[in-house]
Structure formats: C-alpha cells, structure tokens
Design a binder for this molecule. Structure first.
Ligand code: G
Ligand code: G
Ligand code: MN
Ligand code: NA
Length: 251
C-alpha cells in the first residue's frame, strides 16, 4: 500500500508513538523540558522518520487530527510526570501551519489542557517561520489567544525562514530556537556570526533562546560563552521513549 493510505490507519491502529528529547540548562545541568517528536512505528517497515511522513500528513490534511493527538498525548504524559512527583518540567509540541489554519485551534488546545488538567504555563508550542510570514489575521488572533492563556510560543528552526525581524516585537512569542544547521557549523566563522547575532537579538528583545542540534562539548561551550544556556541535541540525549526519559533523568 502507499504510505499515504497506510498513514490513515496508523492513527487508529496505534502505530504512532511520541519520543521525547530533553532540553537542558547547561549552566545548572538540569532538564528544563522535553520536546515531543512524533514517530511512526510501521508494522512492516519499522520506524519511519517524520521527515518522511509529516509532508504526506500535511498534503493530505491528516496533520490536523495527528497533531491534535500528539498534543493530547504529550499533555497527558507531562501531567502524569507532574503527578508522579517529578520536577515540573515543560513540554514543547510542534504545530503545523495547517493546524493554525483551522479556526478552532484555540478551543482545541484549551480543551486538551482542561481534559488533561495541565496548567498552560508548562506548555510550549513550536511554530515555524512560514506561519509568521503568512501573518494572517487568523493566526495572529490565535497566537494572541494562546499566549493570553499562558502558553509559551516558540519559533522553531529560527534563521532558516524568510521572515523579517520586525514581527518579533509585534507577535506574542517568548522563545527562539536556533536551527541546528547553524549550531552544527557554528565553529566556522559565518555560522558563528549568525548564531551570535540570534542570541544577541533574543537577549535584546527579552526572548528566551534555545539551541538545537548540539552534538559536541565544543558547541555547548561556545553557546554557553555567548550566554545561551538552554540546549537540546545528541550531545545530551537523542529523543527517547517516555519511560527512558524518567529513568535517565529523574532516578
Ligand atoms: O524528530 P525528527 O528530527 O526526525 O523530526 C523531523 C521533523 O518533523 C522536524 O522538523 C520536526 O519538527 C517535525 N515533527 C516531529 N514531530 C512533529 C509533530 O508532532 N508535529 C509536527 N507538525 N511536526 C513534527
Ligand atoms: O524541526 P525540529 O526542530 O522540530 O526538529 C528537531 C529534529 O532534530 C528532530 O528530528 C530530532 O530528532 C533532530 N535532532 C535532535 N537533536 C539533534 C542533533 O543533535 N543532531 C541532529 N542532526 N539532529 C537532531
Ligand atoms: Mn521543533
Ligand atoms: Na528545529
């Protein structure tokens, strides 16, 4: 069967699973939160990367129910960790532009928080720059509503899109995530300049900044020297199953 048809069934048949990648405060060496990253455990093909199936989910519109499922599962999981007495970390969830284009995204998110009994301040939603570029009345309204509820909004893959910087002070965004492509080339001159510029920009606008794709100690040290202390990447941990996160970090 084509992947497209199989994806329809994956949700119903419990083939989708969420991995969690820790976000670390390098200064204190504590976990600050986790990012929920979707995987498809295909019965015959094994683990399929989201890079392969998210685009299909976007094209077919399946990203809307799938995204809603991810959000609910992730909130449920975090609430469970909180209930078990683990430190009150945050949960980051990626949202597709398509989800934002639904006019009921706000009420969906609000209902999920209510159902899972999770306090909004622990939830961060990651948006992409192309959402910002479109900058429609609907997306601005939804972002304002989400922010008003106490949810944090982050721009994912920051620096790779074509958005102007002007929006940063006009939109209710609290966090920039430096794209891993910059972090990975950071120890060469050009990417270092870009990384430093993003960090300074974030500091000047009072935004939190987190570096993605940190793979080496040298990269971590460089970021830390620039006063970017929140980091995520293979140097700390790959995305892991929920139970492994807890074993690794809270025991
Ligand atoms: O986990 P990995 O690095 O393979 O993820 C690849 C891409 O898939 C990333 O761009 C990531 O943001 C995206 N992705 C992972 N999980 C989700 C999800 O639940 N929803 C959306 N919209 N994108 C996701
Ligand atoms: O677009 P988004 O930032 O959501 O995607 C995160 C993606 O980056 C996930 O697919 C995740 O598996 C991947 N990732 C996380 N840490 C690292 C890393 O240190 N190196 C590389 N190459 N990829 C990473
Ligand atoms: Mn992300
Ligand atoms: Na990213």
């Amino acid at each position: 069967i084509k992947l497209e048809n199989a994806l329809y069934k994956a949700l119903e048949e419990d083939e989708l699973i969420i991995f969690y990648q820790p976000q670390i405060n390098y200064k204190t060496n504590r976990i600050k939160g986790v990012e929920a990253l979707l995987r498809w455990n295909h019965r015959k093909q094994g683990m399929i990367s989201p890079e392969k199936f998210i685009p299909i989910a976007e094209e077919t519109g399946l990203i809307v129910p799938i995204g809603e499922w991810v959000l609910k599962e992730a909130c449920k999981q975090l609430k469970e960790w909180h209930n078990q007495g683990y430190p009150l970390i945050n949960m980051s969830v990626n949202l597709s532009v398509h989800q934002f284009e639904q006019n009921n995204l706000f009420s969906i998110v609000k209902n999920i928080l209510k159902e899972t009994d999770l306090s909004p301040e622990y939830l961060q939603l990651e948006l992409t720059e192309n959402l910002i570029v479109k900058n429609t009345e609907l997306t601005l309204k939804t972002m304002t509503q989400l922010n008003g509820l106490g949810i944090n909004l982050a721009i994912d893959d920051f620096g790779t899109g074509y958005s102007s910087l002007g929006y940063l002070k006009n939109l209710p965004i609290s966090t920039l995530k430096i794209d891993k492509s910059f972090v990975q080339e950071m120890l060469s001159d050009d990417a270092a300049a870009i990384t430093k510029t993003i960090i300074t920009l974030a500091q000047n606008l009072n935004l939190e900044v987190i570096a993605e794709g940190v793979e080496t100690k040298e990269q971590a040290e460089f970021l830390s020297a620039q006063n970017c202390h929140f980091m995520q990447g293979y140097f700390f941990s790959k995305p892991m199953k929920a139970e492994d996160i807890m074993k690794e970090y809270f025991q």
